[in-house]
Design a protein around this ligand. Structure first.
Ligand SMILES: Cc1cc2nc3c(=O)[nH]c(=O)nc-3n(C[C@H](O)[C@H](O)[C@H](O)COP(=O)(O)OP(=O)(O)OC[C@H]3O[C@@H](n4cnc5c(N)ncnc54)[C@H](O)[C@@H]3O)c2cc1C
Length: 313
């Protein structure tokens, strides 16, 4: 038999969005309970250098920043717990969420901040340098600055890939863009933007064979032409993967409105979903910006929306 607990505000996810929501909800006397999920602290715990979050003039490591956010939420009484939301039922006024398939929580409000996971190619060499922080990244805005005046390679063919390639072209000496097929998936306007940028070289019909390096950092990328089979080594210090993200929303299917890729849809400038009392913030509902500061900002909005919802009842 499962335990049932009643809470005013349940927050699912412990990235910048979830912790910011917890800070605001705790200070509004909503006694938030936050479940951290499989990745306590969220995506930033996988990066060593965060240089663009306001308030840290010398930069900060991702794990340290997230520990500080957690401590700040706990200081105001947020109840931060280990656990993973495995099932929800939002069909009634009281929202039901199951944690680890065993604990049943009944919540007046639910704030979803489960993030989105970057997709990678899955090559062992890619994962090796990714895990070392040695030159593989899925975020040009986050990491492009570290490759100023250097040569980088980016893989991807959609709008985001074009946007990231263009962003990198303004920082880097040269950007080589690998497109798997003979044409882009991006809109014409985005394709034209990269095609018209002098320091972006586009290689169509080209796939990544291996990330080359000295064991610690990336030194190049071996690519293969799909049509000819020819292998080429491209010198590069950075390898950017821009093949999409998977929002962590599977358990909400059937209850919450999502776009075709699974991002939660929120109403206008608010964090409101299609279900009253259920709010979404951070990367799980934002495929455009995907930054810690924007996630934190939307976490604030979600807590304020939840507080107003409770007040109106
Ligand atoms: C390597 C890397 C470097 C980055 N560098 C920067 C940077 O320098 N600056 C910057 O601004 N941004 C950076 N970003 C982007 C930034 O990390 C994200 O925009 C931000 O973390 C999004 O915050 P979030 O709270 O929405 O979600 P996330 O940080 O993705 O957190 C999601 C949380 O939800 C939890 N979760 C998921 N599913 C469940 C579930 N079913 N039950 C319970 N919990 C669940 C996870 O455990 C996690 O705690 C970087 C991202 C990566 C991957």
């Amino acid at each position: 038999m499962s335990d049932i607990e009643r809470v005013k505000c349940l927050i699912i996810g412990s990235g910048p969005a979830g912790y910011t929501a917890a800070i605001y909800a705790a200070r509004a006397n909503m006694n938030p309970v936050l479940y951290q999920g499989m990745q306590p602290g969220g995506q930033l715990t996988t990066t060593n250098e965060v240089e663009n979050f306001p308030g840290y003039p010398d930069g900060v490591t991702g794990p340290e920043m997230m520990m500080q956010l957690q401590a700040q939420a706990q200081r105001f009484g947020a109840d931060i717990r280990d656990g993973w939301a495995t099932k929800v039922d939002f069909s009634e006024d009281v929202k039901k969420v199951w944690i680890n398939d065993s604990i049943e929580i009944h919540a007046d409000t639910v704030i979803i901040s489960t993030g989105a996971t970057a997709k990678y190619l899955g090559l062992p060499s890619e994962q090796h340098y990714l895990s070392l922080g040695g030159g593989v990244s899925a975020c040009a805005v986050c990491d492009g600055f570290f490759y100023r005046n250097q040569e980088v390679v980016i893989v991807g063919a959609g709008d985001s890939a074009c946007e990231e390639a263009h962003y990198l072209s303004q920082l880097c000496k040269k950007v080589t863009m690998l497109v798997r097929s003979e044409k882009f998936r991006a809109s014409r306007i985005m394709e034209d933007r990269v095609r018209n940028t002098a320091n972006i070289e586009i290689l169509l019909d080209t796939v990544t064979e291996e990330i080359l390096g000295d064991g610690n950092v990336v030194t190049g990328v071996r690519v293969k032409n799909n049509k000819t089979g020819e292998l080429t080594d491209i010198p590069a210090t950075g390898f950017f993967v821009a093949i999409g993200h998977k929002p962590n929303t599977d358990i909400f299917k059937g209850f919450l409105d999502m776009d075709e890729t699974g991002y939660l849809i929120t109403k206008g400038k608010t964090s409101k979903t299609n279900i009253a009392g259920v709010f979404a913030c951070g990367d799980v509902q934002d495929k455009d910006y995907r930054q810690a500061i924007t996630a934190a900002g939307s976490g604030c909005i979600a807590a304020l929306d939840a507080e107003r919802y409770l007040a109106s009842k």
